[in-house]
Write a protein of this length. Structure first.
Lengths: 358, 73
């Protein structure tokens, strides 16, 4: 008996009826899904070297497991093409690392969604968008890989809104939150290179993102002005915590920053140094906690942590910066973390290859 | 809930506390872990922004529930 035979649902040979059936089973995010017919699931499985029953990730609270087969079914339902599947598998391998804490970040009132950032040549190979309308609709790979991620959390790990997903408001990224890092015209090493993967190996980075904050600056023309406006967004009272950050610099902003000779490290250090609030300010909104201040200013404090201030994150390395978006427009963005401390740490994995696997 | 049931499975008594909006979540986890009727404490939401008197009132409610759970009342 084939592995997937007991999961076959017998329904009338009618596409619309099959879509309705998926709704009735509670398998959707509210939008219609592609019925996971066998030949499409098998085509998806052909892009994974392991057997269908191999486990990719395990839910730490319920021990529910994501098998290759279940991932393939949900990838089909989300609308993925088979060549997208290695990205989805790598994303869940990254999310399965305990420090990512995908249970907490999905169940919490914080309402986060896993942001996937695909870096390297594989993004181009499968036609991902790293360019104009980066976070918006229109690209099948971006939209459906992100959607499949969310469908797996819902259908396999049973993170059901209102029951096990208690997001107070959620965020639009909970439909899909997946981008590619822009390589074209990028003056900095790509993330996959910074992550020390071998030449030619692409990666996916996962981050429990708590929303999206546009950073508009069309008047600034120095790194300090551009990154100063980014730092201000990172330090707003609603967002400032000890959590990590993702900053996607628009090409127009990147040209100003890198054009002045600034490296990624320079920018990270500037942002950490300037994304801060005074103790008095934190107290004024009721968000000051001794334990957090002590954590940031203890014996292991980063040298840029200024006494009397709470900075965003524990150090410059807590700020991931990548380039993305269209050529025109002074619109970068800051993605705050779900975690207010170390509750979820971003992770990455190579795509389609096994490095240091057991 | 996961931690509480895990303690119980190791033979250690435990009491799980949640605020009222999370009752459905707690029951769901208990069901998934095979103990659908596992009792737990429920107190008024929220906790984080409570004043000391509000917190004390919640603690008193929770204390009575905890005793009942632990003593099997």
């Amino acid at each position: 008996m084939p592995f997937d035979s007991h999961r076959i649902h017998d329904i009338p040979d009618d596409l619309l009826a099959a879509i309705d059936y998926c709704y009735e089973q509670g398998w959707t995010d509210g939008l219609p899904v592609i019925p996971p017919v066998l030949d499409r699931v098998h085509a998806m499985l052909a892009y994974e070297g392991r057997p269908p029953e191999a486990v990719i990730a395990t839910h730490p609270a319920t021990t529910l497991q994501l098998t290759v087969h279940a991932a393939a079914v949900n990838a089909v339902m989300a609308g993925c093409l088979p060549e997208y599947f290695p990205v989805l598998v790598a994303a869940f391998e990254a999310m399965d690392k305990p420090d990512f804490n995908f249970h907490g970040s999905t169940a919490s009132t914080g309402g986060s969604a896993p942001l996937l950032i695909v870096s390297g040549g594989y993004a181009d190979d499968i036609g991902m968008n790293a360019d104009v309308n980066l976070f918006g609709p229109g690209n099948r790979a971006n939209a459906t890989i992100g959607r499949a991620t969310r469908l797996i959390l819902r259908n396999v790990f049973q993170m059901i809104p209102g029951i096990s997903d208690k997001s107070t408001q959620g965020n639009p990224g909970k439909y899909s939150f997946c981008i590619a890092e822009r390589a074209r015209g990028n003056p900095w090493p790509l993330l996959c290179q910074e992550q020390d993967y071998p030449e030619g190996v692409s990666s996916v980075t996962v981050f429990a993102g708590g929303g999206f904050c546009n950073v508009e600056n069309h008047g600034g023309n120095t790194p300090e002005q551009i990154l100063g406006s980014v730092a201000d967004a990172m330090a707003n009272y609603g967002c400032i915590t000890l959590g990590q950050s993702v900053v996607i610099l628009a090409p127009e902003h990147m040209r100003i920053v890198a054009g002045a000779g600034w490296s990624r490290k320079d920018a990270q250090e500037f942002l950490f140094a300037h994304a801060k609030r005074s103790i008095e300010g934190m107290k004024s909104v009721g968000k000051y906690r001794d334990v957090e201040y002590d954590k940031q200013h203890g014996p292991d404090a980063h040298s840029l942590a200024q006494p009397g201030y709470i900075h965003r994150g524990l150090g410059p390395d807590d700020i991931l910066i990548a380039m993305g978006g269209g050529d025109a427009g002074g619109h970068s963005c800051f993605i705050p973390s779900w975690s207010r401390g170390r509750g979820s740490i971003m992770q990455h994995k190579p795509i389609g290859v096994c490095i240091d696997c057991n | 809930m996961h931690d509480g049931i895990s303690f119980e499975q190791l033979g250690k008594r435990a009491v799980v506390l949640c605020t009222e909006p999370f009752e459905v979540t707690a029951k769901n986890i208990a069901k998934i872990m095979g103990l659908a009727d596992y009792p737990f404490m429920k107190v008024q939401h929220p906790i984080g922004s409570c004043t000391a008197p509000e917190l004390k009132a919640r603690a008193e409610v929770g204390y009575r529930q905890a005793l009942a759970i632990l003593l099997g009342d």
